[in-house]
Design a protein around this ligand. Structure first.
Ligand code: S3P
Length: 442
């Protein structure tokens, strides 16, 4: 157990990233494929499913509610849909591990069931804000109890009649949007949401793919309850959020030349490409095509000198998961990078503003956290020891930082890399990062 808690990465300085690689399937799309497949009429076949702990938590939750779902085999999963009203009461609380997406989206779905459910998670998930979904779901008629301060566990009472609402979202959050739209499948009338800024639209696209009409009217996105989902085939693209570590790594490591194959380039997700290009990165999207309703491309990255920028705020929701990696790019860039309008980073798997600032400072970089962002003076990274605080994206970002560091970087608490990127150390090693995995000695 203590080994599990102390998985430590040791990243040696230097090296470059070269070759061709395929990163694992998209986490957001994998969650939604299980959820909609489980609730559809008929059998859904998923290819490219992410076999990471987060999407597996969603898979197990639906098994716990009586849905027959095959064990993933090389990314292939078969889901025998039970229809929108076919779920069974789970025998125990649904444990969603580290996964905020699972908890918030499933909370929407559970609000419309005939039975009670309890949703629990690990220590990190148990600190994350849930009122952003429980409040609007309650306005739809749901009965949800949260823990103190609006955190998990969530106790969701079944047998409630939901009704559609118009909800102007106070935060740009695809999880909130999706939670309400999924509850809307069970509501009388239309459930509509309006986002303050565009966020990832995988739920809308996948509802379309399952034959469920999504109404788009001005800025409003709506669904009308009482329809059905028709099973379909889903091909999950590689996750641009996982590709992001390599996009940054190949940009900062002299001599790098890397192709990342079949990566999802849904325009609601490509903020990292735009931001890195503004910083001077050399990124080509090749072979652009549509696969299963989602645009994909091969991403070719070569090393380039980076410069600091003021990150445009409209790109923040489009790169929300990629800031740990982008901060590393900023640390290796010439000049100052400023991020603002990104307060949401404080309530992710960790407080990504504080934890990244602490880590960069430990490596000799002038990184000043602000309430909603960070100011980073690019410089030369020294070796040192940083704590990922159990945050997968922070662990992988600091591993990449070694490519432009002067000394070895030790990264503590890396076990949660498996939530989104199983096989990261092996893949990174095969492309040229000098990374070893061991148990920390305290
Ligand atoms: C996700 C939405 C984002 C993102 C998360 C996945 C999703 O969260 O950070 O990793 O699949 O809908 P917010 O929508 O809360 O910003």
């Amino acid at each position: 157990m203590s080994d599990e808690h102390n998985i430590q990465y040791r990243a040696e300085p230097g090296g470059s990233l070269k070759g061709k690689a395929r990163v694992p399937g998209d986490k957001s799309v994998s969650h939604r494929a299980i959820m909609l497949g489980a609730l559809a009429d008929g059998v859904t076949e998923i290819e490219g499913f992410l076999e990471g702990e987060d999407s597996l938590a969603t898979l197990r939750a639906f098994r716990d509610m009586g849905v027959e779902i095959s064990d993933p085999e090389a990314g292939r999963v078969v889901v025998k849909g039970v229809g929108l009203h076919g779920l069974k009461a789970p025998a125990k609380a649904l444990d969603l591990g580290n996964s905020g997406t699972s908890m918030r989206l499933i909370a929407g779905l559970m609000s419309g069931q005939s039975f009670d459910t309890t949703l629990i998670g690990d220590a990190s998930l148990s600190r994350r804000p849930m009122r952003r979904v429980s409040d609007p779901l309650s306005s739809m008629g749901a009965a949800i109890e949260t823990g103190a301060d609006g955190t998990p566990p969530l106790h969701i009472h079944g047998g409630r009649r939901l009704h559609g609402i118009d909800y102007d979202m106070p935060v740009a959050s695809a999880q909130v949007k999706s939670s309400l739209l999924l509850a809307g499948l069970y509501a009388e009338g239309e459930t509509r949401v309006r986002e303050p800024a565009v966020t990832r639209d995988h739920t809308e696209r996948m509802l379309d793919a399952f034959g469920y009409a999504v109404n788009r009217d001005g800025g409003w996105i709506g669904v009308t309850g009482g329809g059905r989902l028709r099973a379909t085939g889903i091909r999950v693209p590689s996750d641009i959020s996982s590709a992001a570590f390599f996009i940054v790594g190949a940009s900062i490591a002299p001599g790098s030349d890397l192709v990342l194959e079949s990566v999802g380039i849904n325009p609601t997700r490509t903020g990292v490409v735009d931001i890195m290009r503004l910083m001077g990165a050399r990124i080509d999207l090749q072979n652009e095509r549509l696969e299963g309703g989602e645009p994909v491309a091969d991403i070719h990255v070569t090393a380039a000198p980076l410069k600091g920028i003021d990150i445009p705020e409209y790109l923040v929701p489009l790169a929300i998961d990629e800031f740990p990696a982008i901060f590393v790019a900023a640390a290796c860039a010439a000049g100052t990078t400023r991020l603002s309008g990104a307060r949401e980073l404080r309530v992710k798997e960790s407080d990504r503003i504080q934890v990244m600032a602490d880590g960069l400072q430990a490596l000799g970089i002038d990184a000043e956290p602000t309430p909603d962002g960070m100011i980073i003076q690019g410089g030369r990274l020294e070796g040192g020891r940083v704590d990922s605080h159990g945050d997968h994206r922070i662990a992988m970002s600091f591993a990449m930082a070694a490519l432009c560091a002067n000394g070895e970087i030790l990264i503590d608490d890396c076990k949660n890399v498996a939530t989104s990127f199983p096989g990261f150390p092996e893949l990174a090693g095969s492309l040229g990062l000098h990374l070893s995995v061991g148990a920390a000695d305290g």
